[in-house]
Write a protein that binds this ligand. Sequence first.
Ligand code: NCD
Length: 301
Amino acid sequence: MKDLVSIRDLGKADVELILEEAAKMEKMLSKKADGLLAGKIVSTMFFEPSTRTNMSFQAAAKRLGAKLMTFYPSISSTAKGESLGDTIRMIDGYVDVIVLRHPYEGAARFAADVAEHPVINAGDGANQHPTQTLLDLYTIKKIKKKIRGLKVSLMGDLKHARTMRSLLFGLGMFGAEITLISPIQLRMDEDIIEETQEKFGATIHQTSEIDLREADVLYVCRIQKERFSDQYEAEKMQKEFRVDLAMLKDANPDLAILHPLPKVDEIPPEVDSDPRAKYFEQAKNGVPVRMAVLYLAAKGR
Ligand code: NCD
């Protein structure tokens, strides 16, 4: 693995290898991992806001004993008009791995073509978020002991959320039965659904009704307000499309509720104390999974 730009870059065996490596990383978190990337420098370049992805990549690099260089667009020559290509070329000469988040779809692929060192996509616009998908699959496997045959409902802004686009492919790869729940205006693009169906023979249902009785896993995401042209419309949907405790009453007692976070109005805080809410545990898994990704990329495996 050199770059990790899209979940499509990985075959099932690659994903399994990363998840196995992540399980090892989780076991040796802190002491024994320190040294695995000694002498390496990782650069985080975030051109869009981030809490979990940014901090968990930083934690992962530090746990592996790598040194970190953080790029801040607002106080760099980006603010003077330097192109992304030139910036990437420069940083590529200073470090061993680049972690990039950018608002433009295709930015990570472009950076990977320009850079000689591995580029890890930490989210490119509404397109892809492969390390999120890896940690989502890791979390589902850890909680449910399997993915094949599980009934997984993806709910929210399926049109704009890169987490959902990446995850659909990952779930298809591992044989989950998928239900897509969204307002009609926010349905996932048809070509992405068709690709997953054709490639993996995946079962994918679409609906606007929130019916959680059958689901083993409910994966919710926020309305991606920053990707709407009409902010009023985004706010309206944000208030209307949500899951609360009353709706969870008839749901499976073993349901796992996941969310890439940040959550806004779509899951009210009272759900956090329901034992089925697993999203904070999910976020924590970001560290071992990103340790595995950084380690495999920096070691050129
Ligand atoms: C997601 C993202 O940035 O795509 N957050 C994350 O990385 N955990 C989800 C979101 O912003 O809604």
